[in-house]
Design a protein. Structure first.
Length: 127
């Protein structure tokens, strides 16, 4: 499984994004692997479309990509706090790390700080 960061999903879904081609190629290269995202990551991806009244279109695209939601466990507050303290990343990025740890998955991101932290946690990184 590959846990997607918002940067990858947003770039793939927006043809005007500077990372669009890179994101689309990353998804094509990993087409045989299941995709997942934390609930917070998916919310981040949906903010722009919600503002633009295009929520349904993007939700359909996420469905077509078969992006699974990786739920937060009961111990998520403690684990997120620990990740935040040890990595100094923002909580949305910590949610990506927690989702990847939970699912035993790789992390796909274009955020270099997140990629370094994921690698530091022995997670495979795709970018």
């Amino acid at each position: 499984m590959i846990v997607l960061d918002a940067s990858v999903l947003i770039a793939h879904l927006a043809s005007t994004d500077r990372h669009h081609d890179r994101a689309t190629q990353l998804l094509l290269d990993t087409a045989d692997e299941p995709l997942g995202a934390s609930p917070l990551t998916l919310a981040e991806v949906l903010v722009g479309p919600a503002r633009a009244d295009k929520l349904g279109t993007v939700q359909s695209a996420l469905h077509d990509l078969d992006v699974m939601t990786i739920p937060l466990a009961d111990d998520a507050p403690t684990r997120l706090a620990t990740l935040r303290a040890s990595t100094r990343l923002r909580l949305p990025d910590c949610c990506v790390l927690l989702a990847a740890e939970t699912a035993g998955a790789a992390v796909a991101t274009f955020d270099e700080r997140l990629a370094r932290s994921a690698a530091g946690l022995s997670l495979d990184v795709r970018s």
